[in-house]
Write a protein that binds this ligand. Structure first.
Ligand SMILES: Nc1ncnc2c1ncn2[C@@H]1O[C@H](COP(=O)(O)OP(=O)(O)OP(=O)(O)O)[C@@H](O)[C@H]1O
Ligand SMILES: [Mg+2]
Length: 384
């Protein structure tokens, strides 16, 4: 997955925040290359990355709900990003809240691309592809399968808007099914919901199945580099959907679980329950969560994100922006060195730097890091 000349560059040139977190109003301009955002704890560094992430995958990488990002005392937030894609220029805006002046109106999230109101989420997701590195990455490795599915879903949604739409349909149908199960709705209702779930479910399943073996190679390669060829983890996808290959199979699976589901009042099988393993020797009892050391987990989390970058770059022929929140200080020297190689230091694994946003409280502590990087990469420093 080398950096080919056809790879399009994506650059965020400007970001405007309105009533977002602690920010009443702020406007930032960004150059290409490396952007260091520094400031004390609580200064608002992560807030900027969170907003950049929002304009990429439409969610908070901090797991925050939209209403939690609204500035205290305000009734809405708005984030606008101006970006270039090759030689095209675009403006993407996202807002959340009530209609101005109408305290009773419902909270809604709205998107606009190039000032077109009524833009759908699926039309803007992934336009600015991004990869986030944050201390929360450990949750993917050490957390439960829902955190791992979330990783899959975010990544695949940025690559395939149809995947994102299918997920939206799926989750809507899942809610309806729970309701139908609770109220013991009649056969016609349950069949209709099962049909919806099967149609979106199979699409999601197919994409995940295609992804796992393709992703394994960049993951293994990056992990070998970080761990000096010591660590090897396989990736395995499993669950009740194992034998399902068509929408009809999917429907049958749901039907078979119906008696149990009526008792539990929830849907017990499907892509929302499938499991993703990082395992040793093909053994599901040996998941990294239970047998990995702290250092092995850190390495795997880093390799996962590096692999996400190369995978997305190869699939999209666009170089994702990198949003790196506070993780550099946590890396030991050898992982730092691998990471410098990855960003385009002098190592072989070099990808060349596109646009990378870092936050840190301590720029002085990053001197070794800066020195290791390609001297030609432009640097920008934003002090909050
Ligand atoms: N909805 C909100 N309204 C107003 N302020 C908020 C809201 N949510 C968070 N804050 C505040 O915003 C400030 C900035 O938070 P942020 O996480 O961006 O800081 P940071 O610079 O990344 O800090 P650290 O170095 O500790 O990670 C914090 O003081 C936080 O309490
Ligand atoms: Mg922070």
């Amino acid at each position: 997955m080398s950096h080919t000349p056809q790879t399009q560059q994506v650059f965020v040139e400007g970001l405007t925040l309105l009533q977002f977190r602690s920010v009443a109003k702020a406007e930032y301009s960004f150059g290409r290359g490396l952007i260091f955002i520094t400031g004390n704890n609580g200064a608002g560094k992560t807030t900027i990355l969170e907003a950049l992430g929002l304009t990429s995958f439409l969610k908070s990488f901090r797991f925050a709900l939209d209403r939690e990002m609204v500035r205290f005392g305000s009734s809405f937030y708005r984030v606008e990003s101006r970006f270039t894609l090759g030689d095209e220029r675009h403006t993407l805006a996202l807002s959340f809240g009530r209609n101005p002046g109408d305290e009773k109106s419902p909270l809604v999230k709205k998107y606009s691309l190039d000032s077109q109101p009524g833009t759908k989420a699926a039309q803007v997701i992934g336009l600015i592809p991004s990869v986030v590195l944050s201390p929360d990455d450990m949750r993917i490795i050490a957390g439960d399968h829902s955190e791992r599915r979330r990783f899959l879903d975010l990544l695949l949604s940025m690559l395939y808007p149809a995947y994102f739409s299918a997920l939206q349909h799926y989750h809507r149908a899942l809610k309806l099914r729970s309701q139908a199960l609770r109220t013991k709705a009649d056969e016609a209702v349950l069949s209709a919901v099962d049909k919806e779930l099967s149609e979106s479910g199979i699409l999601i399943l197919e994409r995940r199945r295609q992804f796992i073996p393709e992703f394994l190679s960049p993951f293994a390669k990056n992990l070998a580099h970080i761990s000096s060829d010591k660590d090897v983890w396989g990736i395995d996808y499993a669950g009740n959907t194992q034998g399902v290959t068509t929408a009809d199979d999917y429907r049958l699976m749901l039907k078979e679980c119906r008696a149990t589901d009526l008792r539990l009042k929830q849907t017990s099988a499907g892509i929302h329950r499938d499991r993703l393993y990082f395992l040793q020797d093909n053994n599901r009892e040996r998941d990294i969560r239970s047998v990995g050391s702290q250092g092995q987990r850190r390495s795997a989390a880093l390799a996962l994100k590096m692999a996400q970058f190369s995978y997305m770059q190869a699939k999209l022929a666009k170089q994702p922006i990198l949003l790196i929140d506070d993780v550099l200080n946590e890396l030991d020297l050898s992982r730092r060195a691998s990471f410098i190689d990855f960003l385009g230091g002098n190592g072989e694994a070099s990808l060349g730097v596109g646009q990378v946003f870092f936050t840190t409280t301590d720029l002085v502590g990053m001197q070794d890091f800066l020195q290791g990087l390609n001297a030609a990469a432009p640097l920008q420093h934003i002090e909050l």
